[in-house]
Design a protein around this ligand. Structure first.
Ligand code: ASP
Ligand code: MG
Length: 424
């Protein structure tokens, strides 16, 4: 059994849905359903984030709520002008949505909880429309509610999967799906064990949903359909001559995700690696081309340098006020604060008298961090930096990318070079 995942960009219009449905249709196999995981349409998740109670003033929220409705109704209508049921189903979802928002407003509940109950509706809308459409073109589709499949703890906005329970619910679902061509379900969402509370798995979490289902169902493979031809050695936004990497070992994919490559969600690789399930990245724009594969390989192929650029970085140098050494006790305090504020360190280095960290320059969080640190340390910082990671570097490649800029910090291992330079 295979798992396919389609992201927001692949279902952001009626034409996109038609294209996605053709891809699905071409990959049906006799005897067992194809499991299809779909995200919210286009930028719906961003819009829903603004509808979380307390985020947006009332009038603006009313306008956005209308936008949410029009967008989905129009796509459904363009796809199925004669289908009244799909419009009725959209109404049902929206009536429930409005009631949920009202209740959340009254309850003044915790933000993360409200977030999940609100934002999860994007995937519910997209899969409802797509299920109608697939059935309409004679692809026999069972819509499975991911909230009854992916069971998590109550860590809202980053639900931790209960693997045993989820395995059980997934198997039951597959039994019920006998005779269907497709089992369609939502990415990104799940629910708290033994409750009706919705959880989400973190932004861009639909890839992870696909990996969870693949793991629980012992799938043959996972295919993520994207708007890029596969896994590229660099972001085409910053580099002209990108190279597609055809084969990527699991560990390499995890390393790349760790350094910030955005093609694969960091959590996605682990479950499928555990079971040796291959992950394919293919283009929904040119579905006939081969794409990239993450699997049990020894090395990337073709062998070529890989570049990951993180923009808008800030480099903090932290020095004890009394000129004492940076030692374990100081580091413990610093990491305690970072952990408490949920700040991820992209690169760190220490010397006898100072400790440097490179982090994303989120002004709010960084402001709080500096305030907290200042009570015990002296803090210096440089803003507007780029963190460039090069796997399989050569000196020539480094020189060309640095382009004469001063290097503020550099770390090199046998395979990986990381440098911090001022932004261009
Ligand atoms: N719709 C969610 C998001 O935009 C999940 C996903 O697309 O993977 O973050
Ligand atoms: Mg997405």
């Amino acid at each position: 059994m295979k798992v396919f995942k389609f992201g927001g960009a692949s279902v952001n219009s009626a034409d996109a849905v038609r294209n996605m449905a053709q891809i699905v249709k071409q990959h049906l196999t006799a005897g067992e359903p194809l499991v299809v995981v779909v995200s919210a349409m286009g930028k719906t998740t961003n819009l829903l984030e603004k509808l979380v109670p307390g985020v947006t003033p009332k009038e603006d929220a009313a306008r956005l709520r209308q936008q949410l409705e029009n967008y989905h109704r129009e796509i459904a209508y363009a796809l199925m002008p004669d289908n009244k049921d799909v419009q009725n189903d959209i109404s049902t979802i929206l009536v429930r949505f409005d009631a949920t928002i009202k209740q959340l407003q009254k309850g003044k509940g915790e933000y993360n909880y409200s977030y999940d109950q609100t934002v999860s509706n994007g995937e519910v809308l997209s899969t409802t429309i797509i299920a109608h459409y697939l059935n309409g073109i004679r692809v026999k589709t069972m819509l499975a509610d991911a909230r009854q499949l992916i069971i998590t703890d109550d860590h809202y906005r980053e639900g931790h999967v209960d693997w045993e329970f989820t395995k059980g619910t997934c198997r039951l679902m597959m039994d019920a799906a006998k005779g269907y061509d497709v089992v369609l379900t939502q990415g990104f969402i799940g629910s708290v064990k033994n409750s009706d509370k919705t959880t989400t798995l973190g932004r861009e979490g639909s890839d992870y949903s696909a990996a969870i289902l693949a793991y629980c169902l012992d799938a043959e493979s996972v295919t993520i359909w994207k708007d890029v031809p596969g896994f590229l050695n660099a972001d085409p936004k910053y580099f002209d001559d990108t190279v597609k990497i055809g084969q990527i070992p699991y560990n390499e994919a995890i390393e790349l995700a760790y350094y910030g490559a955005s093609v694969i969600h960091p959590k996605t690789v682990k479950p499928i690696q555990n079971k040796g399930i291959p992950l394919y990245i293919r283009s929904f724009v040119t579905p006939e081309s081969e794409g990239s594969a993450v699997g049990n390989y020894h090395a990337i192929s073709p062998e070529t340098p890989l570049y990951i650029v993180k923009n808008d970085q800030i480099l903090l140098s932290i020095l004890p006020r009394d000129y004492s050494f940076i030692a374990e006790d100081n580091l413990q305090v610093i990491f305690g604060i970072l952990n408490e504020l949920g700040i991820r360190v992209n690169l760190m280095q220490n010397s006898a008298l100072s400790f440097s960290i490179c982090i994303d320059n989120n002004p709010q969080r960084v402001g709080v961090l500096i305030e907290r640190l200042k009570s015990m340390f002296r803090v210096r910082y440089n803003e507007n930096l780029q963190l460039i990671t090069i796997r399989y570097y050569t000196q020539e490649v480094i020189d060309s990318i640095v382009g004469g800029r001063p290097i503020l910090l550099e770390q090199r291992s046998r395979s990986t070079e990381q440098i911090i330079v001022p932004a261009l």
